[in-house]
Design a protein around this ligand. Structure first.
Ligand code: SF4
Length: 277
């Protein structure tokens, strides 16, 4: 039987706080779009994007209690091996995962020792915290560059580090959600040019719907399940009128092999769904 000291060393009793139980889905963002992935959605985010589509992850605590579904590393490992055993890619998201870096790192170490199968460790982050230990432990990292319309930002020093660090270079990709505002389009073009100098890929995806807007609609008695809502959303100034309009805006990047112009796939497959996708 393990003594207390050894148990702590194995991280099995360490806890993580999730927004919802992990689930298998089709990834809708970045270079790995369309690939099956298990989403592990951490609870807690202080980035505060105006058009966040996961606002339920924002609160970190409820009074003195930590918010979210609490699982020990051991419980989460067993859950993944029982319910998500056939999908190797684990997509670590939030919330903002780097705000939970120590928890995530200890879970990865535990799973690598006790989990039943080889996993692909993939995190998406806005780069709120720099955690070298966690970043080096991962297999892939999607850097979510926040444009002006988000009201937030991805620290430029974080982006530079990810572009230049030898250990990160090969496993990092960049993506950006772009609204139909002049500021976002200018920022996207600037980012494309910057990344091109470093031979780094970027995926551009259109903003066309957000949870906060859906809530406003719900407040006036409408439902996000009504597809007509989406037609209304297309006419809002910051959103694109159509996917075609978005594609046309970036057609002049056709000579840039490092740019992908794609819709967010999950918003096509599951429009209006706020969790479990
Ligand atoms: S980083 Fe993600 S979860 Fe946090 S506010 Fe922005 S979109 Fe929402």
């Amino acid at each position: 039987m393990l003594g207390r000291k050894n148990k702590m060393k194995d991280y099995g009793e360490n806890e993580v706080y999730l927004f919802e139980k992990p689930y298998t889905t089709i990834n809708g963002e970045g270079q790995h779009i369309g690939k099956p992935a298990v989403f592990i959605r951490f609870q807690g985010c202080t980035v505060g994007c105006k058009w966040c589509d996961a606002m339920g992850t924002w609160p970190k605590s409820r009074g003195k209690m930590r918010y979210g579904i609490c699982m020990t590393n051991k419980e989460l490992t067993e859950y993944l091996d029982e319910h998500c055993e056939h999908t190797p890619r684990l997509w670590i998201t939030g919330g903002e995962p780097t705000e939970h870096a120590e928890e995530i790192w200890s879970f990865i170490k535990y799973y690598k020792k006790y989990g039943n199968r080889e996993r692909i460790w993939h995190m998406i982050t806005a780069g709120k915290e720099f955690d070298v230990k966690l970043m080096y432990e991962l297999d892939y990292i999607t850097i979510d560059i926040k444009p002006p319309s988000s009201g937030a930002d991805t620290p430029p020093e974080f982006i530079s580090w990810c572009m230049e660090d030898q250990q990160l270079k090969e496993k990092v990709e960049f993506k950006m959600v772009v609204s139909a505002t002049a500021e976002d389009i200018t920022f996207a073009r600037y980012t494309i040019d910057t990344l091109r100098q470093f031979h780094r890929d970027i995926t551009l995806q259109p903003l066309y719907w957000s949870e906060s807007e859906a809530r406003k609609e719900q407040d006036i008695g409408q439902t996000v399940k009504n597809l007509k809502l989406y037609e209304q959303e297309f006419s809002k100034p910051s959103n694109w009128k159509s996917y075609g309009e978005f594609a046309e805006e970036f057609m002049d990047t056709v000579s840039y092999d490092h740019v992908r112009v794609l819709p967010q796939l999950h918003k096509i497959y599951w429009p209006g769904v706020l969790s479990g996708i």
